[in-house]
Design a binder for this molecule. Structure first.
Ligand code: NAP
Length: 298
């Protein structure tokens, strides 16, 4: 294997320790203890495990976490009411509504009910719009985590050609915006299911970001020698050698891509751990703003 493996677990641990130090500093200077409210409707097992992991990470960083659980059939109005009461709660600095919501909910309306000052997922139109025009905002956690991984692993983005596979609002689109901002200064190509020849674009990439949610999307022959490969995909693939019958895989053929790339992120242990670390960073940022506004008497 030629590529250097970017250890997302280690980088995320580094970040979480920095956040914990920031939390202690903020609390001792201002008395403000950052608080994150996590709202879960229903009991989808994957969502429950994500929510539990987020709450555990919050506690480890010295933050307060507010665990709000609603039955799957609570209804849109009850959910909106909870979000509005969290918007008004001065102990809550960040609000996250775990997606996907059960059938029957209008997720976009719920997102839009979150106060932009507490939108630590960065999904409200206000924060997405600010990201698009290069203003200060909460950056969605997974794309933010990818940028942080690239920076901390020493992958240069300026002047390089980045190919982003996927254009979702939570991953591909914000990543394309972040990479093309002046501070990153990459030239960006965005690919999706309407792209006729994906391989042709990937072959020209200095940085490949795969966020398609399809195993095997990027094969070794598509990777330019020396390119950096970031695999955002998380897929369950059948594996008879495992007791549970499956394993997690990304969107890239890891072994073959690692032979060609200069840097590569594994799945699991690459981008995944960064998402929660960036959520903590965003919550600390929200609490700092709240403390600063209080000091100004706003
Ligand atoms: P999504 O909403 O399903 O979007 C997938 C995107 O990839 C779409 O834009 C789709 O194109 C494009 N696409 C799918 N197959 C393609 C192909 N064969 N060639 C080119 N483009 C293709 O998924 P998402 O929410 O962005 O998530 C993407 C992946 O990242 C998933 O595996 C998800 O589990 C993972 N993820 C990981 C984390 C983490 O923390 N590690 C966080 C979020 C997501 P169209 O727009 O044309 O349909």
């Amino acid at each position: 294997m030629k590529a250097k493996i970017i250890d997302g677990k280690a980088i995320a641990a580094e970040l979480r320790a920095e956040v914990a130090a920031g939390v202690r500093e903020l609390e001792s200077a201002t008395g403000v203890k950052p608080g994150l409210a996590v709202v879960l409707a229903g009991c989808d097992p994957a969502s429950v495990s994500y929510v539990t992991a987020k709450e555990k990470a919050c506690a480890e960083a010295g933050m307060r976490s507010f665990d709000i659980r609603l039955p799957a059939d609570a209804g849109q109005d009850a959910l909106l009411e909870r979000v509005r009461s969290l918007n008004a709660d001065p102990e809550v600095h960040g609000i996250l509504v775990q997606l996907p919501l059960p059938p029957g909910y209008d997720a976009q309306a719920v997102i839009e009910a979150i106060s932009p000052e507490k939108d630590v997922d960065g999904f409200t139109p206000e924060n997405m719009g600010r990201l698009a025009i290069g203003r200060d905002c909460f950056i969605p956690c997974t794309p933010h985590g990818v940028m942080e991984l690239l920076a901390r692993a020493g992958v240069e983005t300026a002047g390089r050609h980045a190919v982003v596979i996927g254009r979702s609002n939570i991953v591909g689109k914000p990543l394309a915006l972040l990479l093309s901002r002046k501070d990153a200064n990459a030239t960006v190509t965005v690919c999706h299911t309407g792209t006729p020849d994906l391989a042709e674009h990937v072959r020209r990439a200095d940085i490949v970001i795969a966020a398609a949610g399809r195993p095997g999307t990027v094969t070794g022959d598509m990777v330019k020698p020396g390119a950096a490969v970031v695999d955002v995909g998380v897929n369950r693939v059948p594996d008879a050698t495992r007791e549970r019958g499956w394993r997690l895989a990304g969107d890239c053929d890891f072994a073959a891509c690692a032979e060609k790339a200069s840097f590569i992120t594994p799945v699991p242990g690459g981008v995944g751990p960064m998402t929660i670390a960036m959520l903590l960073c965003n919550t600390l940022q929200a609490a700092r703003r709240f403390a600063a506004a209080g000091a100004r008497g706003a």
